[in-house]
Design a protein around this ligand. Structure first.
Ligand SMILES: Nc1ncnc2c1ncn2[C@@H]1O[C@H](COP(=O)(O)OP(=O)(O)OP(=O)(O)O)[C@@H](O)[C@H]1O
Length: 522
């Protein structure tokens, strides 16, 4: 067995073992996995939904739906300095477009709302009092200047900067004095050693002794807003979240979160840290990159089902190929035990494959809708309206998909497919007249041959065209080039017999007659 395979099996074994002995030695994550499943997708509105965020939203959705649970959308907007005004609106639209409709959320309501953190400030301020009273948190009056000096000092010594926990030890009288004098403060959590492992649903037991590495973290900022860690834990508790599925970048924050649960005396949810979707250089995909936003894929003409399939390729979780699975099928096949623990890059070729597979599926299941979508790519005033019949559009769809010519509908309006919709221009045809003097006769003869072809399929047309080339004394390649230009104005493209077959007999003959007419007119 290869070493990497042995490692994976060992990790799986550990995961099973550690799940069974949950609570024995691990930091407590005591929610019972079989109890009422409630998960949340909790993005910050600091940018638009991208592939990484969508993948995390999707796995939360799949986990909830595969266990008859609830999928909650919560907006984490405590970093007010980075807010983007229309981010929430667009995020909700993109989730809906992808089919990941929340059961509870800012626009869907629910009994645990509000679902936007900036509307829950009172709850955080009440909750912080609890920790100040039981002594697990404390006021810190250190000035930004002192913190900066500390940081510089550490850097000078070649150490990782960390807060020295000085205000942990302030006398109650000093604290009162400073509070009475309205001295600005933050609230920090007292970190305790966390040498014991906690049990991640994907990675198995993980030990991270955060107090050895970091100073006490801020949980309430000087502007009265909670930090990510604090609001996240308070909300997960009050929203009854049973499982937290989030990106791997939060894995080292988990001991802090577990300490917060402990400080409150609450039981913690189970955690699953999902592998990240990374860039070519191994860095995490992030909101600041334009071409990874879900809107970008929608605008390019990709189907929501295909974009969803695309993001399932990082992280696994399925025992079958997901290229053509619908959301319902993904729910049926999803198994968190199969989620991988390593980060990877997306393969854009898979998106093309998935989009094609979903288009093929829609051809069978929602044919009329697909035809209507193709028609909608053309303006109502466009000259080609008269050929946009259901029959013609269906034939184009069938051809382009079965012959692997396109991966999305919008490909069909690219210049290389213009021949499907437009007749060649007068000047293109007139150019041909100068190189082929007897073109009118050749085309007239060709129409006679084509009239007699009953089954206008490429296999029947190809020998007829080859024979006509021979009878006209032209090399087949020269003849085919000529016919392609007559039909499409293009120098390159699909084989002529294939072109004719997709255009259909009437359309093909009409085009040739049109060319003859242009050749005869001056
Ligand atoms: N590249 C990624 N791969 C997998 N999950 C991701 C990725 N980026 C974000 N996530 C997850 O999506 C969820 C929402 O993330 P969030 O809204 O904070 O976006 P973000 O891209 O992490 O933000 P930023 O661009 O500021 O880093 C989080 O659980 C986060 O872990």
């Amino acid at each position: 067995m290869a070493a990497s395979m042995r490692k994976i099996c060992f990790r799986r074994l550990l995961r099973r073992f550690s799940t069974k002995r949950k609570g024995v030695n691990c930091l407590s994550t005591s929610q019972d996995a079989s109890s009422n499943v409630r998960v949340r997708f909790a993005p910050s509105p600091t940018g638009y939904l991208h592939l990484g965020g969508l993948r995390t939203a999707l796995y939360n959705f799949l986990f909830a739906k595969s266990r008859e649970g609830t999928f909650v959308l919560r907006i984490e907007d405590t970093d007010q300095s980075r807010l983007i005004p229309d981010a929430l609106d667009k995020l909700e639209k993109m989730l809906e477009w992808s089919g990941l409709v929340p059961d509870e959320g800012p626009s869907h309501g629910g009994k645990y709302g509000p679902y936007i953190q900036s509307l829950r400030i009172d709850l955080y301020q009440e909750s912080i009092k609890q920790l100040l009273q039981n002594g697990t948190a404390y006021h810190c009056f250190c000035t930004p200047k002192r913190l900066d000096l500390l940081r510089r000092d550490s850097v000078r010594r070649g150490e990782t900067p960390r807060y020295d926990n000085r205000c942990r030890h302030l006398e109650p009288g000093v604290i009162k004095e400073k509070l009475d004098a309205k001295t600005p403060y933050v609230v920090r959590l007292k970190l305790e050693p966390t040498p014991d492992p906690w049990d991640d649903m994907i990675k198995g037991p993980i030990a991270h002794n955060v107090a050895e590495i970091e100073g006490d973290p801020v949980i309430l900022k000087s502007d009265g807003f909670p930090t990510y860690h604090f609001a996240n834990v308070v909300d997960d508790h009050y929203m009854g979240i049973s499982h937290v599925l989030r990106g791997d970048e939060w894995i080292h924050s988990t001991p802090k979160h577990l300490l917060l649960y402990k400080a409150f005396g609450w039981s913690a949810p189970r955690f699953a840290h999902l592998p990240l979707i990374v860039n070519q250089d191994g860095t995490k995909l992030s909101k600041r990159q334009g071409d990874i936003h879900i809107e970008h894929f929608r605008d390019q003409g990709y189907l929501p089902e295909a974009v969803v399939s695309y993001v399932t390729t990082i992280g696994g979780g399925f025992k079958c190929n997901t290229a053509s699975l619908t959301l319902d099928q993904l729910v049926q096949h999803f198994d968190i035990e199969r989620v991988k623990s390593y980060h990877s890059r997306l393969d854009p070729l898979f998106l093309e494959e998935a989009n094609r597979a979903h288009l093929m599926r829609l051809m069978k299941t929602r044919h009329a809708e697909l035809v209507a979508s193709l028609r909608s790519l053309f303006g109502s005033a466009d000259q080609q309206q008269e050929i946009l019949t259901d029959k013609y559009l269906s034939r184009v769809l069938h051809w382009s998909l079965t012959e692997d010519r396109i991966s999305k509908l919008t490909d069909l309006v690219q210049p290389k497919f213009a021949f499907l919709w437009e007749t060649p221009q007068r000047d293109q045809i007139q150019m041909l007249r100068s190189t082929h003097t007897s073109l009118t006769e050749l085309l007239t003869d060709c129409t006679k041959k084509l009239q007699n072809v009953g089954d206008f399929e490429k296999d029947g047309l190809a020998p007829v065209l080859r024979e006509h080339a021979k009878a006209s004394g032209l090399k087949t390649s020269v003849y085919m080039h000529l016919m392609r230009e007559v039909l499409s104005g293009l120098k390159e493209g699909p084989p002529v017999a294939e072109m004719m077959s997709v255009m259909g007999k009437d359309n093909t003959l009409r085009r040739i007659h049109h060319t003859i007419h242009l050749l005869q007119s001056r």
